[in-house]
Design a protein around this ligand. Structure first.
Ligand SMILES: Cc1cc2nc3c(=O)[nH]c(=O)nc-3n(C[C@H](O)[C@H](O)[C@H](O)COP(=O)(O)OP(=O)(O)OC[C@H]3O[C@@H](n4cnc5c(N)ncnc54)[C@H](O)[C@@H]3O)c2cc1C
Length: 272
């Protein structure tokens, strides 16, 4: 353990709140043609909370060729690295291994670029995680919808559901080969929609959801992905279907044409 990670660990213990960890890559591989799984391991994961799959975290991305030492100093004293929001996909407490799935959407995004070059021994900064996004499962049926960026939260939610849960899960992916095996209850009907260019606005999820025969009873919703899609679905679910706020997790995870900081700003002023 480096001096920096020791200081960060002590700060976490003393302050009782998560400070940044400097995580080390154990392995990185393509889970599907457009999704990279990065597995982190090592003593910096000491004390990582279990059961946070689906919760989000902030990743701090090193510059290309930056040394671990220089990055560690930057995490502590600035200038601050680029930060991006991701999801805890899996945490194996026994092996102390954390998996995060990155959409491989090209080299112009620092996080996507970092993941597509990641190899054993690489590092990044990590803050969080939050609580899981959906923790209560007492509805009559469930509606889950996700584009690739939200498959981690959707999959974690489906995996946490009671095994007798019923409902529909809609995934919009770039190619048929991007379908993933997800351990979901048998009563969840899964549909995989193909949208070859994620930068072209898509109405496929909205069209599919509007065409659903809406079952009787209370529905709980977990929907996330591109902001334009989310805006349309938010209106439909809240106004037309009157799904209550307590039963809804809905969030824009990125927006076509905006980097994350611009997207977050647009959200704050109600434009995304
Ligand atoms: C709560 C939360 C959880 C998230 N969890 C995950 C996760 O687990 N895995 C994951 O991959 N993403 C996740 N995201 C989305 C991720 O934060 C954004 O995609 C982010 O913009 C990626 O950063 P970047 O540096 O790669 O690209 P940026 O520098 O932010 O953007 C560069 C360009 O790429 C475009 N772009 C960004 N994301 C995508 C995309 N998914 N597909 C196509 N083009 C894109 C932008 O519009 C922009 O033009 C999450 C977002 C939130 C809010």
């Amino acid at each position: 353990m480096t001096i920096f990670s020791k200081v960060a660990q002590v700060a976490r213990q003393v302050l009782g709140r998560p400070g940044p960890r400097l995580l080390t890559v154990k392995e990185a591989f393509y889970l599907t043609p457009n999704m990279i799984r990065v597995v982190f391991a090592g003593p910096e994961l000491e004390g990582f909370p279990a059961g946070r799959e689906g919760g989000n975290c902030k990743l701090m991305i090193p510059e290309l060729l930056e040394t671990r030492q220089s990055f560690a100093e930057r995490l502590q004293s600035g200038p601050p690295p680029v930060r991006r929001t991701y999801t805890v996909r899996k945490y194996d407490e026994d092996r102390q291994e954390l998996s995060i799935d990155f959409v491989a959407h090209g080299d112009e995004g620092p996080a996507s670029r970092w993941a597509s070059n990641a190899k054993s021994g690489d590092f990044l900064g990590f803050a969080g995680p939050s609580e899981a996004k959906v923790t209560r499962f007492d509805a009559d049926w469930y509606l889950v919808a996700a584009d690739p960026s939200a498959i981690p939260v959707a999959a974690a939610t489906l995996e946490a559901m009671p095994r007798d849960a019923k409902g529909v899960a809609i995934f919009e992916v770039t190619s048929a080969a991007d379908r993933q095996d997800i351990d979901m209850p048998k009563g969840i009907e899964a549909h995989w929609l193909i949208q070859p260019d994620p930068h072209v606005p898509s109405a496929a999820q909205e069209g599919f959801i509007r065409s659903l025969r809406w079952p009787e009873g209370r529905v709980q919703v977990c929907v996330a992905g591109e902001s334009g899609v989310i805006r349309a679905l938010r209106g439909f679910l809240a106004k037309e279907k009157q799904v209550s706020r307590e039963d809804t997790y809905i969030a824009g995870y990125w927006k076509i044409g905006l980097i994350e900081d611009e997207h977050q700003k647009a959200k704050r002023i109600g434009q995304a």
